[in-house]
Design a protein around this ligand. Structure first.
Ligand SMILES: Cc1ncc(COP(=O)(O)O)c(C=O)c1O
Length: 412
């Protein structure tokens, strides 16, 4: 007798980043010389984790009602105002002039992705994702009986437009619609930033499919970690203003990353389209999904976002803290990239963010041998291993490329 539902039977979380990272953390407690480059959380050079002081300051000023009461499933008008300000900054007017816009809070970026995928596909339809990509994209699809198709992300050092189009054509031919996730900027796992021209090329291609409903899920979890800063990253999103009526863009925003509030669970789903009805339909479905799945989101964090967005002084304080984080990330990336070049270790194109990724076919064996022979914990991704520079101080990064290179040469 099998008690569990058919759709749930056999589902086991395997090779999950959280689990591998917990193992690495435990091992490091016993042996501090272990290098733990597994999880995407920012640690300062002294090995400490801290959220932003500006976040703390606002939290400390909130009263019990602000923190402990329910919020509404749609977040309310003040949330909408705050997230649109944050997500689009100086481009907001231009975005709103050419597209209908709606927004709803979600438990992290994961909630925004889950809701977007769930409300875009019917069972047995296909989600297109890049390879390599963040692992849960696969589970988000498979958990709800959707299929996945992958396209390789790179053509040399650029976005693989040809691969993206080939796989899109195949899905469109059989299913008559296209739903794709793109993670940009500071792509996880590679650190790649798409250029505005590349984003425009994606939109231009979808525009040619006039009769085909297309959903572009733009996962911008690490947008605020980009070296280029908030102005440039928002300007790139102006590419969306070119999208025709057949396209709906669902932006997945993660305050886990932007505010370093990982376990507090706040994100947002922003819906954009020239087709006003589609935006309203998606918004209503997202609100229905929210109320009947997680009910509502972290009220305290919603209030932090609202307060910070309203206050130029608080924004300036946060920006100063953020600039320091980005400078640290940049120094770490430069160090690793320089040493990788010196020893001839190939990496995927990196422009910013938390991770640098090394192509290697035998990723599982290489990950195991890195632990056994060098006490280095990294996460295996599709044909690659990922170094979380966000969590490694420069003292750990120094010499790391050489050790990884040695193991890859031996076992790949
Ligand atoms: C690429 C990517 N997208 C989305 C998320 C979701 O973040 P969260 O749900 O923690 O906000 C993550 C988190 O690691 C990520 O790496």
């Amino acid at each position: 007798m099998r008690i569990i539902a058919k759709h749930a039977a056999g589902k086991v979380l395997k090779s999950d980043g959280f689990q591998i990272s917990a193992d690495a953390k435990l091992a490091k407690k016993k042996d501090p010389s272990i290098i733990d480059g597994t999880l995407g959380t920012f640690y300062f050079e002294d090995g400490s984790f801290k959220t932003f002081q500006t976040v703390h300051k606002i939290m400390n000023q909130l009263n019990d009602e602000d923190i402990y009461l329910y919020s509404t499933s749609d977040g309310g008008p003040a949330f909408k105002e705050a997230i649109l300000e944050w997500a689009f900054k100086h481009t907001r007017k231009e975005i709103e002039a050419s597209l209908s816009v709606a927004a709803i809070p979600t438990p992290g970026g994961t909630g925004a992705l889950t809701s977007a995928v769930f409300n875009s596909l019917d069972p047995q339809e296909t989600l297109l994702i890049p390879s390599p990509c963040w692992g849960p994209y696969v589970g988000i699809a498979l958990n709800r009986a959707f299929k996945i198709e992958k396209f390789f992300m790179f053509d040399g050092d650029a976005f693989n437009m040809k691969g993206f189009v080939e796989k899109s054509e195949k899905i469109i031919a059989t299913e008559g619609k296209l739903v794709v996730i793109i993670n940009d900027p500071c792509n996880n796992p590679t650190g790649y930033n798409m250029t505005k021209a590349e984003l425009e090329a994606v939109i231009d291609y979808l525009n040619t499919k006039k009769e085909v409903p297309c959903v572009l899920i733009y996962d911008c979890a690490y947008i605020d970690m980009a070296v280029e800063g908030m102005k440039k990253t928002r300007e790139n999103m102006l590419a969306f203003t070119k999208a025709n009526e057949n396209i709906l863009i669902s932006v997945a925003f993660s305050f886990s990353k932007t505010f370093f509030i990982y376990g507090q669970r706040l994100g947002g789903q922003i819906l954009l389209s020239k087709n006003k009805e589609s935006v309203m339909e998606y918004y209503n479905a997202a609100n229905y999904t929210a109320r009947n799945t997680w009910s509502n989101c972290n009220k305290g964090m919603i209030r932090v976002l609202e307060e910070m967005t309203k206050s130029p002084a608080l924004m300036a304080e946060y920006q100063q803290e953020l600039d320091e984080v980005i400078a640290v990330l940049n120094t770490r990336a430069e160090l690793f990239k320089k040493e990788a070049k010196q020893v001839g270790l190939q990496i995927y194109p990196y422009q910013g963010g938390f991770f640098i990724t090394i192509p290697c076919d035998n990723n599982m064996l290489v990950s195991e041998k890195l632990v056994e022979e060098e006490k280095i914990y990294l996460l295996p991704f599709d044909n690659s291993v990922r170094v979380a520079i966000c969590s490694l101080p420069q003292s750990d990064l120094k010499g790391l490329a050489e050790k990884i290179h040695r193991v890859i040469k031996k076992y790949n």
